[in-house]
Design a protein. Structure first.
Length: 467
């Protein structure tokens, strides 16, 4: 629901855009947009202040869990023969006769270095694009600027509304307030500010939090408080740099170049165009490859878990009865794992204790934590709680109780001893403390310093003697 603040032109302008949106979306794909009066908007979102909007436009859109999406793309590629190496960093390029012929890499888990030969290399490193380009020396045809985007998460009861809504913010043209995790929470953001510090762990500042609260509270009542926040996180957008330093004006489109023979670089873009980006990158590399390269068929390839999903959704009540889980629980699992849900249910049948909710994070099952380690490439407890399950942004204690509960389960799946398991739990606790400390800092630099006070678990020193 897009809130309107101006009479006349705004409704006509945005309404025309949504007519085009409906047309491009295809007949019957989703319901068409509708116009609402002020009263109609407040019926959908009773939390809106009487003067928050003069009306609204409703339209339908989709949601994407970015971390799970990226992991699922990797799993899908692996199913077609790709070799996926997590926790591996490129530290140099191999060159022969003036062309790139591979990379030198470092295993961040064990510290070993090794070479990877390739007929062609594609630099699709997002905000790290320039760092890889610098390893070659010289300058590419484009540079990439990192833009920080911050989101906050609050419980569903904090905002009385039945649909997502979009408002105008002080700096950004839109700020989205939308349901998250099957409607159990509200997630709102995002900001758009320049970030020149640690690319691995962008930090949320106190000012970021105040900014988002101030803009949302401008239109809702009762207002949100800091105590309502159960999660805060930041991500980085890779924007193709232009003439201006303002990230809001940099290109969201993607760009492809071949700076040297044997290397293609792609940067920019967004999730909704990721398949087009991949096709363009491979098409750019294809002339440099020996032999014919068949046309892309990406538009016909479903992601892992998508094939057979509609039939499983229709059978969810039967699946619930067969598994002993509630229908609501099965729906949650289908939303997250699609037709791969049978792998989790098989694990629960073999070990019924895995069908119990995680202590401190009852929306998730213990089986999901184990599955993250056994099937989804998680190598650390932090990977599980922060990126596979999102417990770190959906619980008031940021997942500390959950860490104690599932640490041994994850450790068993990954072959850890007791000392290593304890080290992982202790690291997660320190990471949470560092994040909370960074969120009390007034600016990016001090928040970055607070966040980096805790080493990443991939640093080998953390686990020396704790295998």
């Amino acid at each position: 629901m897009y809130l309107l603040e101006h009479r006349g032109w705004e409704r006509l302008y945005l309404g025309a855009g949504l007519v085009l949106y409906d047309t491009l979306g295809g007949a019957g794909a989703v319901p068409r947009h509708r116009h609402l009066t002020r009263r109609g908007a407040r019926r959908v979102a009773p939390a809106l202040k009487p003067d928050a909007a003069i009306g609204a436009l409703t339209f339908y859109d989709s949601q994407c869990d970015d971390a799970r999406h990226t992991m699922t793309v990797a799993r899908t590629a692996a199913g077609y023969g790709a070799q996926v190496a997590t926790g591996v960093k490129v530290v140099g390029f191999r060159r022969r006769d003036g062309r790139v012929c591979g990379v030198d890499a470092e295993d961040l888990e064990g510290g070993d270095r090794f070479g990877i030969e390739a007929s062609h290399v594609v630099n699709a490193a997002g905000v790290w694009t320039d760092s890889l380009q610098d390893l070659l020396g010289g300058r590419g045809k484009f540079r990439v600027r990192a833009s920080k985007g911050v989101h906050l998460v609050v419980p569903r009861a904090s905002i009385r509304a039945d649909a997502a809504f979009v408002i105008r913010a002080e700096r950004e043209p839109q700020l989205f307030v939308r349901p998250w995790n099957d409607g159990r929470y509200w997630m709102f953001g995002t900001t758009d500010t320049k970030w020149d510090l640690d690319l691995d762990e962008p930090a949320v500042t106190s000012e970021d939090i105040d900014y988002l609260l101030r803009n949302v509270n401008r239109v809702i009542d009762p207002p949100l408080r800091r105590e309502d926040i159960v999660g805060a996180f930041a991500g980085l957008r890779p924007l193709v740099a232009g003439e201006t330093d303002e990230t809001s004006r940099l290109s969201r489109e993607h760009a492809v170049e071949s700076p040297v023979p044997g290397l293609t670089a792609i940067a920019g873009g967004k999730y909704t165009t990721y398949r087009v980006m991949a096709k363009d990158a491979v098409d750019a590399a294809a002339p440099d490859l020996a032999g014919p390269v068949p046309p892309s068929c990406t538009e016909h390839i479903p992601l892992a878990g998508a094939e057979g999903y509609p039939a499983m959704w229709n059978a969810r009540h039967r699946i619930a009865g067969d598994s002993g889980l509630s229908t609501t629980r099965v729906e949650h699992l289908l939303h997250r794992y699609g037709s791969l849900v049978g792998e989790l249910l098989d694990a629960i049948r073999r070990r019924p204790e895995l069908g119990e909710p995680i202590d401190g994070a009852p929306e998730y099952l213990r089986a999901e934590a184990r599955y993250a380690a056994s099937h989804e490439g998680a190598l650390h407890l932090d990977d599980v709680l922060s990126r596979r399950l999102h417990v770190s942004i959906e619980t008031a204690d940021r997942g500390l109780r959950a860490a104690e509960d599932v640490g041994p389960i994850v450790g068993e799946a990954l072959g850890w001893g007791q000392a290593r398991t304890r080290a992982e739990i202790d690291f997660y606790r320190r990471r949470v403390q560092a994040e909370l400390a960074s969120q009390q800092q007034p600016d990016d630099r001090s928040a970055d310093a607070a966040r980096r006070a805790v080493r990443d678990p991939r640093a080998p020193a953390m686990v020396d003697g704790a295998r």
